[in-house]
Design a binder for this molecule. Structure first.
Ligand code: URA
Length: 237
C-alpha cells in the first residue's frame, strides 16, 4: 500500500498533509525518514511513525462518541448538524456512519464506524444486542408500571415490546432501562404506554460498550483493542 494512502485510511492525515510531513522528514518507516509519499509499505509489518507517534493500521475505524442534544445520528442532513460533523475533517473523509440511531434530543453512547458488516450484525433484530439508557420520567414509576415495562407493552402498530429490564433509583422518576431491540422512539413510546413521559434519555451501554465517563457530551475517542474484540465477538453471535 502507498504510504500516503496508509496515512489517509488510518485517519492520520490528508494526502497533502502526508506529502508535506514526508518532505519535512516527519514520517518514519521502520525508523528511517520516508523517501516519498508514494513509497510502498506493508501495513501489517512496517512500523510507521507520524510526527513522533506510532500509526497502527486497522482495516476499519471505530469511534465512541458521547452524542449531545440537538445533533442527528445521520451521515448527512440538510438542516441539522450530524454526529459526523463532530469529528475532525481527517476522519470525515473515511466514509464513517453511526451504527444505529438515537433521537435528536437523546444523548450518550454512539458507535461510529466504517465496518458495514459488523454494524449490520449488531443491529440485526436476531442479535438481541442490549442497550441501556439512563432516564428521567415525568412521574414516579409504580411497581405495576415497572412490571408492565419489563414484561412488554404495546406501542405503535400494535407491537408488543420484548422483555426489558428496569432499575429504579430511590426517587422512582429516575432509573436505567435496558432493551434488546430498537423500534422508533421505543423508550419514549414504552413510557407513554404506562401514561408517563420521558424527560431525559441518555444511552450508557451498547452491547459490550460502556460510555466512557471521561467523554463530555460532544467528545469522542477511538475504541480500544479490547472494545473492538468484544464488539466483534458480540456481532458474531
Ligand atoms: N428510545 C427512544 O425513545 N429514543 C432513543 O433515542 C433511543 C431509544
Amino acid at each position: 500500500m502507498r504510504l500516503d494512502k496508509f496515512l489517509t485510511v488510518t485517519g492520520t492525515a490528508s494526502r497533502s498533509e502526508a506529502a508535506k510531513a514526508v518532505r519535512r522528514g516527519g514520517v518514519l518507516v521502520d525508523g528511517r525518514a520516508a523517501s516519498s509519499p508514494a513509497m510502498q509499505i506493508d501495513p501489517d509489518k512496517c512500523i510507521v511513525e507520524y510526527n513522533g507517534e506510532r500509526v497502527v493500521y486497522r482495516q476499519y475505524t471505530y469511534i465512541m462518541l458521547n452524542k449531545p442534544q440537538g445533533v442527528v445520528s445521520a451521515t448527512d442532513d440538510g438542516r441539522d448538524r450530524t454526529v459526523l460533523d463532530l469529528l475532525p475533517d481527517k476522519l470525515q473523509r473515511l466514509h464513517l456512519f453511526p451504527c444505529g440511531r438515537l433521537d435528536k434530543n437523546t444523548v450518550g453512547l454512539m458507535l461510529i464506524t466504517d465496518n458495514g458488516g459488523l454494524s449490520h450484525r449488531l443491529l440485526a433484530p436476531k442479535s438481541h444486542v442490549a442497550k441501556s439508557y439512563r432516564f428521567e420520567a415525568e412521574r414516579v414509576i409504580s411497581d405495576e408500571d415497572k412490571m408492565a415495562l419489563e414484561a412488554g407493552v404495546y406501542i405503535a402498530g400494535g407491537y408488543l415490546t420484548k422483555p426489558a429490564r428496569v432499575e429504579l433509583d430511590e426517587d422512582r422518576r429516575y432509573g436505567v432501562i435496558t432493551i434488546t431491540e430498537g423500534k422508533y422512539h421505543q423508550i419514549k413510546q414504552m413510557l407513554e404506554a404506562v401514561d408517563n413521559k420521558i424527560l431525559y434519555l441518555g444511552r450508557i451501554t451498547f452491547g459490550p460498550l460502556v460510555l466512557d465517563k471521561a467523554l463530555a457530551e460532544g467528545e469522542w475517542r477511538f475504541l480500544t483493542d479490547a472494545e473492538i474484540e468484544a464488539l466483534e465477538s458480540n456481532g458474531r453471535n
